[in-house]
Write a protein that binds this ligand. Structure first.
Ligand SMILES: Nc1ncnc2c1ncn2[C@@H]1O[C@H](COP(=O)(O)OP(=O)(O)OP(=O)(O)O)[C@@H](O)[C@H]1O
Ligand SMILES: [Mg+2]
Length: 231
């Protein structure tokens, strides 16, 4: 199992209960779509997958329980793309941001460069490597944020709203990329057609709990289920 979550609970420091006993597992090669209304807890759940947030209950990634001593090891294998790209990009150039992960992994300079070029090409940002990340459009930032994780060649790709703010062509390219990217993926999104095109399974989150899981056709075709949960 790539991911095993049992009875995961989390409340933010101000007392807001965001996760209220989540049970979820993910097998190798699955592409899970996490859907749910605004505030359902999707981002909160994803932030647990590489130990940025730590709740109560059990959370194992690649069979390893996430805690203080294992989190560094887990982060090398889990690539998380934040909902807001400004949370991801902090270097003076796009190149530096995308090179950050590979450099941290102590790869050689030529390998770092190769990975940056490949990731930039994959997200259609070739030629923009010297740009300042914060002086790009939102859609360009989204793509750069994805590239910072692609360059790490992670075993589990965690994406929070990957298609938001993308133009139609960039969105189509994202879908093609995710369909052919042979790694396990979990993506939180309101883009149900992205889920239909990319995901092998869907989990519906409602008020901090998994309300349903199933095949994309089964969940997305169930209008009354979606409406009952604010979608
Ligand atoms: N930093 C925070 N401090 C306190 N409460 C928070 C914080 N971030 C989120 N919350 C609350 O936690 C709950 C879950 O929020 P979360 O961001 O996980 O939802 P989401 O499903 O990702 O929503 P969206 O579709 O809008 O991205 C909500 O009630 C939200 O108000
Ligand atoms: Mg969110």
């Amino acid at each position: 199992m790539i991911l095993e979550i049992e009875r995961l609970r989390y409340a933010y420091p101000d007392g807001t209960a965001a996760l209220d006993g989540v049970d979820l597992s993910l097998g190798e090669g699955e592409r899970l779509g996490l859907i749910g209304a605004n505030g359902a807890g999707k981002s909160t759940l994803l932030l647990h997958l590489n130990g940025i947030l730590r709740g109560e209950g059990s959370l194992r990634v690649f069979g390893i329980e996430v805690h203080r001593d294992t989190v560094a090891r887990i982060r090398e294998r889990v690539g998380l793309v934040f909902q807001n790209p400004d949370d991801q990009l902090f270097c003076p150039t796009v190149f530096e941001d995308i090179a950050f992960g590979p450099r941290n992994m102590r790869l050689r300079d030529d390998e770092v460069r190769r990975r940056v070029e490949k990731a930039l090409h994959a997200v259609g940002l070739g030629g923009l490597e010297t740009r300042h990340p914060h002086r790009m459009s939102i859609g360009q930032k989204k793509r750069a944020a994805l590239a910072t994780v692609l360059s790490m060649d992670a075993d589990l790709l965690v994406l929070d709203e990957p298609s938001s703010n993308l133009d139609p062509r960039a969105r189509r390219e994202l879908i093609a990329l995710l369909q052919t990217f042979g790694r396990t993926q979990i993506m939180a999104t309101h883009d149900l057609s992205l889920v239909r095109d990319v995901c092998t399974r869907v989990a519906l989150l409602h008020q901090g709990r998994i309300a349903a899981t199933g095949a994309p056709d089964e969940i997305l075709g169930n209008t009354s289920l979606l409406e009952a949960h604010g979608l």
